[in-house]
Design a protein around this ligand. Structure first.
Ligand SMILES: Cc1cc2nc3c(=O)[nH]c(=O)nc-3n(C[C@H](O)[C@H](O)[C@H](O)COP(=O)(O)OP(=O)(O)OC[C@H]3O[C@@H](n4cnc5c(N)ncnc54)[C@H](O)[C@@H]3O)c2cc1C
Length: 389
């Protein structure tokens, strides 16, 4: 019997594999792509500041460094009660004592979504955003709209920060080129107060930033459909757009629908605070795949995915060694983000006491760049890990 099978090579799956290996536990990681993608720094791909390769870390290098086995072959089926995984190639993996589900999430579908691109979807879409923006710049004018949607079944799966980041980066990019006045930039979202999770002060600050950057805002009306030249809303209005970026809210991963695992209304795996699943001994779900417990403002984030991953590595080791100790992710729940604007950033923090948004002109941009460098090199074992990061 082999030990741990980790499904998914994102923040959660990679961190779980690294920390399981630190406990000298045998690990096999299965991924549909051969690289770990650092989503938070992919926000600079549309403006050409970085490429997809710059924000990708080859999984074989991580596997070699930390000593885990790697299979690059998409998971096609998970039969959780039998701990049986079938890969797209037809290969069956059914001799593992433990399975860690870290497959991330799927995106909610909307009418006309094919007319949009997202920074939070497949990495190729970030490159497509770069190409489309480049074409508009060659034309020397255009209308650009960027926004995000909600999931009424699970507010933790709404991802708005990257929409603000890409929009402000595009603004500053066009400004540096001296062509900002030729472009109309609009932010849109169906909810009344998009970004509410960050707290009321942050909302006031976002409005100030939209004003200062001459970015239009359209909120509070449902999106009816995306069309080739824009977005149509339930209130009968339309935003004209040559380039629409839309971040659809998350929903449960399609592979999990038939897995037999208990799912929330939004399709995420229901776990306890130790990421264990009731009646599925030895199966764990972490990161975006798991249904996040906690307060209304909670959000699926990379650092929470990594906390869950390190906890599960510890909890599996405790089980193997018959130690009566487990780690919970509950006390680590917060929103933590350096929201980049291209010429600086804002430090965003939210916990039960409330929200903070602290402007970090210039230095914030370089702090986020530094974090990207740290993320890559510390995972590759080239520099030491800072505890908790
Ligand atoms: C643009 C952007 C910016 C962000 N910024 C921040 C930030 O500043 N701070 C922060 O904390 N969080 C941020 N996040 C959120 C963070 O990136 C996610 O919470 C995190 O990636 C979740 O990790 P995960 O491993 O659960 O999921 P993912 O990172 O999505 O990983 C899932 C993995 O599973 C693989 N997979 C999927 N299907 C299959 C299959 N069938 N078979 C095999 N493998 C499969 C995928 O290839 C992927 O590698 C950001 C997200 C985006 C998109």
């Amino acid at each position: 019997m082999r030990r741990v099978l980790v499904l998914g090579g994102g923040f959660a799956g990679v961190e779980a594999s690294i920390y399981l290996r630190k406990q000298e536990i045998e690990v096999t990681l299965v991924s549909d792509r051969d690289y770990f993608y650092i989503y938070p720094t992919s926000i600079w791909i549309p403006t050409g500041e970085v490429t997809k390769e710059d924000v990708s870390v080859p999984l074989d290098q991580l596997a070699m460094k930390h000593g885990f086995q790697l299979i690059v072959d998409p998971v096609a089926k998970l039969e959780a009660s039998e701990k049986k995984v079938t890969l797209l190639s037809g290969r069956v993996l059914d001799d593992f004592e433990y399975i860690v589900v870290a497959l991330g999430q799927d995106k909610m579908q909307h009418k006309g979504l094919e007319h949009t691109l997202s920074i939070c979807s497949k990495p190729e879409e970030a490159t497509a955003l770069y190409e489309k923006l480049d074409k508009l710049i060659l034309k020397d004018n255009g209308k650009i709209a960027m926004g995000f949607g909600g999931n009424p079944k699970d507010t933790s799966a709404v991802r708005g920060g990257p929409a603000f980041e890409v929009l402000f980066n595009v603004h500053n990019f066009l400004k540096k080129k001296g062509i900002r006045d030729n472009f109309e930039l609009t932010f849109f979202a169906p909810m009344e107060k998009p970004g509410q999770k960050m707290g009321d002060k942050a909302l006031v600050m976002m409005d100030k930033m939209f004003g200062m950057t001459n970015i239009k805002k359209k909120v509070g009306s449902k999106i009816t459909t995306f069309v080739e030249d824009g977005i149509e809303f339930e209130d009968g209005t339309k935003i004209e757009s040559d380039l629409t970026m839309f971040i659809s809210a998350g929903t449960g991963h399609s592979i999990l629908m038939e897995s037999g695992l208990p799912l929330s209304e939004a399709g995420f795996v229901v776990t306890n605070e130790y990421n264990e699943i009731e009646n599925f001994e030895g199966v764990y779900a972490i990161g975006d795949s798991a249904s996040l417990m906690g307060p209304e403002w909670r959000a699926k984030q990379g650092h929470v995915a990594e906390v869950m991953a390190r906890n599960v590595a510890y909890n599996i080791n405790s089980k193997i060694e018959n130690i009566d100790s487990k780690y919970s992710y509950k006390e680590h729940l917060n929103i933590l983000c350096v929201m980049d604007t291209g010429d600086g950033a804002a430090f965003v923090y939210r916990d039960n006491k409330g929200g903070k948004m602290i402007p970090l002109p210039i230095i914030g941009h370089w702090m986020k760049k530094g974090w990207g460098w740290y993320c890559r090199n510390s995972k590759l074992g080239k520099i030491p890990r800072i505890p908790g990061m």
